[in-house]
Design a protein around this ligand. Structure first.
Ligand SMILES: Cc1ncc(COP(=O)(O)O)c(C=O)c1O
Length: 432
């Protein structure tokens, strides 16, 4: 790793800004260069012009604090706009009987916080409306790890149910796991690990029938599925227009192409939404109200999120979705058309998992990942079970996808009968 400032203490004297920035460039030497489109994880790119806009918008608000929008009303307006636009995209205007009027939402710092909030709201709903003191939630093994964090933080039992062989949630088995202490059922649109959309209408109907809440985790899909739907590339139902869905989350900092630090959570009714904000006057500082986990909230991500929605508009997002879909389709076709390789399940959107075909058995998935990195600097997260490489395809990949496909074919050819196996079997998503 590159060295930071030499002795790890606050420097005795300040340093010129140019010098500080130059040191930062040096520190970045080992960082993955995502700009060339070789990284299929963590970063979403809609091109240099969008990145420039995000930087300029965030800079305008680098000092403001979104804790109090009465002091900075522009932040209140921007938040409102983002929530309203997201409500429209996530089916709010297709809900029966004007139900869309009741949808309320909040911005959070990211997907994890949105899922924490969904779980906490469900816990509080169970406690106050149903008298449930030992709550549980029922979710598939494919639901995001952040739900485990939520279970841990808020003392909600996590009942994980094995997915079906196609990696979708086994809604029948989930129904069997619901009991009098269940407050929440969860579906993903799509799931992170294999990119499949769960059977949301069936799941939400079961939740409604059993009188429990149903959260759709569309953190990943919330800002691309609406456009894939419009383009006709995806036909499953997954959003607020599905009866029984009581809350939904969508990350603007993923396929919304915003800067990191912004997600949206929407509740079907004002009554449910009211459970999220925290308000107290039990201290010496007056009435304290806060809609999300953080107190002081960075304004930059809100400003950048608002700016990118305005800048891209419907046609911009449709164009990006078209590019992303074309890139993902090309990569998936190469994988399914290359003997020795296979996708994991049938991914519904532009995120997928792949690796050695288990029926063929000749390609070790992690050796494939190593060979792709070595040959073309391609970076895919490793995950298990089952062993696979994870690809989050974004619009910026369209320009390099043919090169990736050629490299995939070439390294598979080299590995096929080599018997090569990666020694390192580690799979880490996040920082351990
Ligand atoms: C389906 C899903 N939910 C939640 C999250 C968590 O989002 P974040 O990393 O922004 O906290 C992710 C992240 O990839 C995700 O794919």
């Amino acid at each position: 790793m590159a060295d930071g400032f030499p002795d790890n203490r606050l420097p005795e004297h300040g340093t010129e800004a140019d010098e500080v920035l130059a040191r930062m460039q040096e520190l970045r030497v080992d960082d993955r260069d995502w700009r060339g489109g070789r990284v299929f994880s963590l970063v979403y790119s809609a091109g240099d012009q969008v990145h420039e806009l995000l930087e300029r918008a965030a800079n305008l608000y680098s000092a403001e604090n979104a804790l109090n929008t009465m002091v900075f009303p522009s932040l209140g307006w921007m938040q409102n706009d983002i929530v309203t636009i997201t409500t429209g995209l996530l089916g709010g205007d297709r809900m029966p009987d004007g139900e869309g009027e009741g949808v309320r939402g909040f911005l959070t710092s990211g997907g994890t916080e949105s899922l924490l909030q969904a779980t906490k709201t469900a816990r509080d709903w169970g406690r106050t409306r149903r008298g449930i003191d030992r709550p549980n939630m029922v979710l598939a093994t494919s639901a995001h790890a952040a739900f485990e964090k939520a279970a841990h933080y808020f003392d909600v039992e996590s009942r994980r149910i094995a997915v079906r062989s196609d990696f979708t949630a086994d809604v029948d088995a989930m129904a069997d796991a619901v009991d009098d202490h269940t407050v929440l059922m969860v579906g993903s649109a799509p799931s992170y690990p294999q990119g499949v959309i769960d059977p949301i209408p069936t799941l939400a109907a079961i939740a409604a029938d059993r009188g429990v809440l149903c959260h759709v985790d569309a953190c990943l899909g919330g800002f691309i599925l609406p456009f894939l739907d419009r383009l006709g590339y995806q036909t499953k139902s997954w959003d607020l227009s599905v009866p029984g869905v009581t809350s939904i989350s969508a990350d603007l900092h993923k396929y919304g192409y915003a800067s990191k630090g912004i997600s949206v959570i929407l509740y079907r009714t004002p009554e449910l939404a009211r459970l999220q904000p925290f308000i107290t006057s039990n201290w010496l500082g007056g009435l304290y109200g806060s809609p999300s986990m953080a107190g002081t909230r960075p304004a930059g991500p809100i400003a950048a999120g608002w700016a990118v929605l305005q800048y891209l508009g419907m046609d911009g997002y449709l164009r990006l979705a078209e590019d992303t879909h074309a890139a993902a389709t090309a990569a998936k076709a190469t994988i399914t058309g290359t003997p020795g390789l296979a996708l994991r399940g049938s991914p519904d959107a532009t995120v997928f998992a792949f690796g050695g075909d288990p029926d063929d058995g000749r390609i070790d998935t992690f050796a494939l990942g190593d060979a792709l990195a070595e040959r073309g600097g391609w970076f895919f997260d490793r995950q298990s079970p089952p062993d696979s490489l994870h690809a989050t395809v974004h619009a910026g990949h369209r320009a390099v996808i043919d090169e990736l496909c050629a490299d995939l074919t070439a390294v598979t050819g080299e590995l096929l009968d080599s018997g090569k196996r990666a020694e390192d079997r580690s799979t880490t998503y996040g920082t351990a």
